[in-house]
Design a protein. Structure first.
Length: 271
């Protein structure tokens, strides 16, 4: 999809986060729990929020020295400001509908818009936006927030289950991605990256992953494989357009494998 100059903004609103007390929190002060478990704000913010009653226990205002107990329910009310997201049209459903039937919906998701509510995004994510128009929907797969492309959603749990099963088992269904990468990609249309199934991915801190050639002492590694084909090289920008066909579906798989090959996605902020 071509980049859009349209963006969708959500009016700031009050939102209350709710958390059931976890066993590891028992016996610790509420201030210590928020500072160590929720890193969105500094200690000074949490101290003030508790003192002002924006952070409560069982809807009751407590002291910063309150000790967490079993069955406690912690609430944190914030004035939420969601980031803007790109959209393809100025009116609902705000994204291009590619196909629509009684059992499923296919849309062209813009980059910058997450599929599910997460992090700073809630009302400005694909699922809530579409459900305002189409009612309850069941995502069959997902795309990274910065990735644009087709997203299929079921209108019933059974439709989502059947389509999800077909995608997972590659039953007459193939996932293809197109990426613009840095440099001249060296593989032609018949080439596949060799031995990628022997490389592993693991999650270090801050949400970034890496590729390993062996287990490297880690027992939770999973194999990942992607095939690539060069579609076009642009000398002016020193970038290539590459067709990507993942055989597995690991987190950030295509982004990681392209980085590993020395041709990261041109505007990837992480890799």
């Amino acid at each position: 999809m071509a980049p859009s100059s349209l963006v969708r903004l959500v009016k700031p609103y009050l939102y209350t986060f709710r958390s059931n007390a976890k066993f590891r929190w028992f016996g610790r002060t509420i201030l210590d729990v928020y500072v160590s478990e929720f890193g969105s704000y500094p200690e000074s913010y949490y101290r003030t929020a508790i003192q002002q009653g924006r952070i409560r226990v069982g809807n009751e205002k407590v002291d910063v020295a309150y000790t967490i107990r079993s069955n406690d329910v912690l609430t944190h009310t914030v004035h939420r400001h969601e980031p803007a997201v790109a959209v393809s049209q100025p009116q609902a459903p705000f994204v291009k509908v590619v196909a629509n039937s009684e059992t499923w919906l296919v849309v062209d998701k813009p980059g910058t818009m997450p599929v599910h509510p997460s992090g700073a995004y809630h009302l400005n994510s694909l699922l809530p936006i579409l459900e305002n128009t189409y009612g309850k929907l069941y995502p069959i797969h997902r795309l990274d927030r910065l990735t644009s492309g087709l997203v299929i959603l079921g209108k019933t749990p059974e439709a989502a289950r059947q389509l999800g099963k077909a995608i997972k088992e590659r039953d007459s269904c193939t996932k293809l991605y197109i990426a613009r990468v840095r440099g001249r990609f060296p593989f032609n249309c018949a080439s596949h990256v060799p031995n990628l199934s022997s490389h592993k991915s693991y999650p270090p801190r801050y949400g970034e992953w890496s590729v390993l050639q062996d287990m490297d002492g880690k027992k939770d590694m999973k194999a990942a494989e992607t095939s690539f084909a060069l579609l076009k090289f642009d000398a002016k920008s020193d970038s290539s357009v590459v067709l990507c066909r993942p055989a597995t579906g690991r987190t950030h798989q295509i982004r990681l494998h392209l980085q590993y090959l020395g041709h990261p996605i041109a505007n990837d902020p992480n890799y």
